[in-house]
Design a protein around this ligand. Sequence first.
Ligand code: AP5
Ligand code: MG
Ligand code: ZN
Length: 227
Amino acid sequence: MGLHHHDEVVLLLGAPGAGKGTQARFLADTLGIPHVASGELLREHRAMGTDLGVLAQEYMDRGDLVPDAVVVDMIADRLDEPDAEHGALLDGFPRTLAQAEALERRLADRGGEVRTAIYVEVPTDVLIERLAGRWMCRVCQTAYHEVFNRPTVAGVCGACGGELYQRPDDKREVVSNRVAVYLRDTHPVVERYARAGVLKRVDGNQSIEAVKDALLEAVGQDAAIPA
Ligand code: AP5
Ligand code: MG
Ligand code: ZN
């Protein structure tokens, strides 16, 4: 691990189903930094059957948060990889004030900081409708929706050919707990970055294309003007 300087991270904050994963890959590519998603990393651990994956399973299936210490270490290890040397787009982390403080300490040690925190805002009833119709690729974790973002071939990922499935935590009863946990534990993180003056609010309740353009504007890379 080399000593990194000027690590700059961009945070993508928003409730479950707000569209973080849908937008993150494209946004990360635009910014030239890797997309680091805590939920995706945890699902990879589960699929591989690691100790971390086994520990995380019961929390995830209930829609509760995995303990801070475990998630903080997992993200720190990921940010130590060479592709994250100059920063990363974080999706799903930090999710508690303790995680936010741990991240900020780590960045400060390296002369870096949270450059921008983007908050994708979506009303609760829309979140529930999105999660109920979501289908996710087992292989690359691209998200589809049976109404709003249909795969070209039913049941098959257009990006990699993988099989689509419905996440066990997208069951209605689990979704309501995830939303409650979000309001209790994660909304304070949004408020923290608003107070710090780095929060950019984006209306997530519009088409996927319109949200994409709003995100580009939020990070200062305006959408290309069609020729
Ligand atoms: P995680 O995987 O992070 O789930 P989440 O935050 O609940 O968010 P989602 O992935 O459900 O939503 P998204 O915003 O990515 O929406 P998407 O783009 O898919 O976390 C899962 C679990 O892991 C947690 O519950 C917890 O247990 C654990 N965990 C993770 N991070 C943790 C942490 N830091 N600390 C502790 N525990 C942690 O879109 C949703 C649907 O809507 C899709 O079907 C999509 O096609 C559709 N859609 C997207 N945009 C639009 C649009 N504009 N219009 C119409 N439909 C749209
Ligand atoms: Mg996601
Ligand atoms: Zn795929």
